[in-house]
Design a binder for this molecule. Structure first.
Ligand code: UD1
Ligand code: CA
Length: 525
């Protein structure tokens, strides 16, 4: 979306107007998220496509929670179970219950029909009908809370039955157009959908964003009157605008200052546009909060991530999912950190891949460390290059600096894991655990055949295969005795020299060298 023209009769939205915080009394929110999203060309419901790692519908849900508290209803339909599950998981409180009301639209008969499905939620016995409904499309993830609050302010000031949000676009194709009556002060008279618009109406650049405030006493009676007499044979929510006008009820409109905020995601291209905007907002937010991004455009921060002050992110860092990074950390280029908790003062060197792990204060990882789920790296511990770890607890100050595999292991404090150490945790059928006590020294190229325990303070000599439990403070060495034969190699060389094959090769080489000598300057090829 781009471009914005002045329009005198339109109430202009001011982004600076915040007008309070917290849920607004008497307001309920309805989010329409049942549609299939045909234009996405996907097997997944459109509203589940992630933007900055968070399902698109959750942007509307969070907005709803902020302005209406526990009076938020979501209409699901296509892949209803999955959509409902994603909403429940992301909004569940400590008791595991979601405050979101979820209702299914069994037949997808249009946006008007979708909103009608929420009536039983709001008109049940003993419930007071909300004074106003804020209705949101589930595919407009860029809307800002301040804009919504402004829309509500205008709705109240104009005592409108319906207030719509609009935007001026250079290219309005695909959107519903806002039709105004020049004869009655340019008031909004109706919304015409793209597929129903005639040639003149298609020229209109003011579009319906799909965000509405509707009076509680008007909404459901108007929805009941809808007729599917249009190109798509659907019950259009947008037709309530014309219904209000016909009943002589005021309709208001708020024009977005920044038309990008009204972006409706129908296609993969629009999804990418939304991603770009959200990613930029997230980066700005963390820079404003004191995080150093050396190259903001190449830094990927998902919506569920938190980062502490004075942490430095180098170019091409990806922080994904619900990752939390503490203060004063350094994350070098090429690191991808997913669903991890990272403490303060942690240094993550280049090209680490870290998943579902816990990294405590002052530890160092990388370069090229791979943490698979459920690793805890305790305070001041170090994991170095080409070390893979999984389901392991590496104790305070312990080190595994080079080329190791550590899986299903409990490792105490101050342990040194030498280069090339392998915990042999899998016998082809079962996984088994390796336990290493405090202060153990494991020499390079050691294999620990699990289940096995190495008692505290023990030393495992380099090249050992540990198959039995080791008591505290022991030395373990399992090597074949070394055999040294003095002069053996020299004898072998002499023997080789005397074989006929080597003799022949030698003579051929000499002849060739002579041939080259005849033509000076020519080099052997
Ligand atoms: C809608 C508006 C259009 C507006 C545009 C803004 C209507 C009739 N048209 O068109 O004026 O310019 O949004 O982006 O409302 N949905 C349901 N149940 C249904 C159909 C849709 O829940 O039966 C949901 C969808 O999941 C989606 C939202 O409603 O989140 C909008 O539906 P969509 O098909 O994207 O409408 P548009 O054609 O974009
Ligand atoms: Ca849409």
């Amino acid at each position: 979306m781009s471009g914005s023209k002045e329009q005198d009769s339109v109430q202009r939205h001011t982004t600076t107007a915040h007008r309070g915080k917290g849920p607004i009394p008497g307001l309920a929110v309805v989010i329409m998220a049942a549609g299939l999203g045909k234009r996405m060309q996907s097997k997944h419901a459109k509203v589940l496509h992630p933007i900055a790692g968070r399902a698109m519908v959750l942007y509307s849900v969070e907005l709803g929670l902020r302005v209406a508290g526990d009076r938020v209803a979501v209409v699901v339909g296509h892949q209803a179970d999955r959509v409902g599950q994603v909403i429940k998981e992301s909004t569940a409180g400590h008791n595991g219950q979601t405050p979101i009301l979820i209702v299914e639209q069994r037949e997808l008969l249009g946006t008007g029909h979708a909103v009608l499905q929420t009536r039983p939620l709001f008109t049940g016995s003993g419930r007071a009908m909300p004074g106003q409904f804020l209705i949101l499309n589930g595919d407009t993830p860029l809307l800002q809370e301040a804009t919504i609050r402004q829309l509500l302010v205008v709705h109240q000031a104009e005592q409108a039955a319906v207030t719509i949000m609009t935007a001026q676009l250079d290219d309005a194709s695909g959107y519903g157009r806002v039709v105004r009556e020049p004869s009655s002060g340019n008031r909004v008279s109706r919304i015409v959908e793209d597929g129903d618009a005639d040639a003149n109406e298609k020229l209109i650049c003011e579009i319906n964003v799909g965000t509405y405030v509707v009076d509680g006493s008007f909404l459901f009676s108007a929805l009941e009157q809808l007729q599917p007499t249009n190109a798509q044979g659907e019950y259009y929510l947008t037709d309530i605008v014309q219904a209000a006008v016909q009943q002589g009820r005021p309709v208001a409109a708020v024009l977005l200052d920044d038309p990008n905020e009204g972006l409706g995601v129908n296609t993969r291209r629009q999804l990418a546009e939304a991603e770009l905007v959200v990613r930029r907002q997230l980066r700005d937010r963390w820079m404003d909060a004191g995080v150093r991004l050396i190259d903001p455009p190449s830094t990927w921060i998902d919506a569920g991530v938190t980062i502490g002050k004075d942490t430095v992110l180098y170019p091409n860092v990806m922080l994904e999912g619900r990752t939390t990074i503490g203060e004063d950390c350094i994350v070098r280029s090429g690191a991808r950190i997913t669903d991890c908790v990272v403490g303060n003062g942690v240094e993550i060197l280049d090209h680490c891949i870290l998943r579902e792990s816990h990294i405590e204060d002052g530890s160092t990882l990388g370069p090229f460390t791979h943490l698979r789920p459920h690793v805890t790296v305790r305070k001041g511990a170090k994991i170095g290059n080409f070390v893979e770890a999984k389901k392991t607890d590496l104790g305070e100050g312990s080190k595994a600096n080079h080329l190791s595999y550590i899986g299903d292991a409990k490792i105490g404090k101050g342990v040194n894991i030498g280069a090339g150490t392998i915990t042999c945790n899998y016998d082809g059928v079962r996984k088994a655990e390796t336990v290493i006590g405090d202060g153990v020294f494991i020499g390079s190229d050691t294999q620990l055949i699990a289940p096995v325990t190495v008692g505290r303070g023990s030393v495992i000599a380099a090249g050992t295969t540990v198959t039995e439990n080791v008591p505290d403070d022991s030395l373990v060495i399992s090597r074949l005795p070394q055999v040294t034969r003095a002069g053996w190699a020299a004898k072998r060389r002499a023997l080789i020299e005397s074989t006929p094959e080597v003799q022949t090769k030698r003579s051929v080489k000499t002849t060739q060298t002579k041939a080259y000598r005849k033509k000076p300057g020519k080099k052997p090829r």
